[in-house]
Ligand binder design. Structure first.
Ligand SMILES: *Cc1c(COP(=O)(O)O)cnc(C)c1O
Length: 218
């Protein structure tokens, strides 16, 4: 079973009870639970995403993945880790040695540097994301949406207005105000009816996009 919390694209977070149920289910059915957790450090206002290994019994069946992509702005550098019971990690090692090879040494040195003191930068970045999230939520809410800034990730996931599907709404926004939003259906059929925004663009650009959104006619 593959889970991803805090989630991309929805920014949903998993509470303890949800993870307990997942662990229980996997234990009962002899399934390995892989938790993809690249947003574990991108959280706001005192919220701390749970690690799978806080859940009793998770160690026997669980693996947790992290990437430096989001935590240290190293997207595309292709470096991360997996944590879990030796036997399960070995299985991943066996698979991986058959599909790729070692990471470029300079990227490994950069990763060591990041992990030996990048915490302050990550914290500062979270402050920036949280501020931008408030701007996006305020803007959308002033237009009739009713969203709360998310507790984690740098995404905003919101419903498209009545009368549109997600591609239709994204096209409308692009044609009318030149702002590119991501149609939810691009993430799979269950994303229909939603769109995703990201708050990774620099302040001026996001502010410009939000001031254009305020002029959007639906
Ligand atoms: C960004 C991201 C990752 C990490 O991918 P990398 O290949 O390490 O950049 C993994 N899972 C999800 C859901 C992500 O959004």
């Amino acid at each position: 079973m593959w889970l991803n919390y805090p989630n991309n694209p929805t920014a949903a977070t998993a509470d303890r009870e949800f993870l307990e149920r997942a662990v229980e289910f996997c234990r009962r059915n002899d399934i390995i639970l892989c938790h993809d957790a690249p947003y574990s450090e991108i959280a706001f206002d005192g919220y701390r995403p749970l690690t799978l290994f806080e859940i009793p019994g998770a160690k026997e069946i669980g693996l947790e993945f992290h990437s430096l992509s989001k935590t240290y702005n190293m997207t595309g550098w292709r470096i991360g880790w997996v944590c879990g019971r030796a036997e399960l990690v070995n299985a991943i090692g066996q698979l991986k040695t058959n599909i790729d090879s070692g990471i470029f040494q300079a990227v490994q040195w950069a990763a060591i540097e990041a992990m030996n003191g990048g915490e302050e930068e990550t914290k500062a970045a979270c402050g920036v994301y949280a501020r931008r999230h408030r701007l996006v939520a305020d803007t959308l809410n002033s237009l009739g949406w009713n969203i709360k800034p998310p507790r984690a990730t740098f995404y905003v996931w919101a419903e498209v207005p009545k009368g549109y599907d997600s591609i239709g709404f994204a096209s409308h926004v692009l044609d009318q105000i030149g702002v590119n939003i991501t149609p939810g259906v691009g993430f799979g059929a269950h994303g229909e009816g939603y769109f995703r925004l990201s708050v990774t663009a620099r302040d001026e650009r996001l502010e410009e996009a939000m001031s254009r959104m305020r002029k959007l006619r639906l």
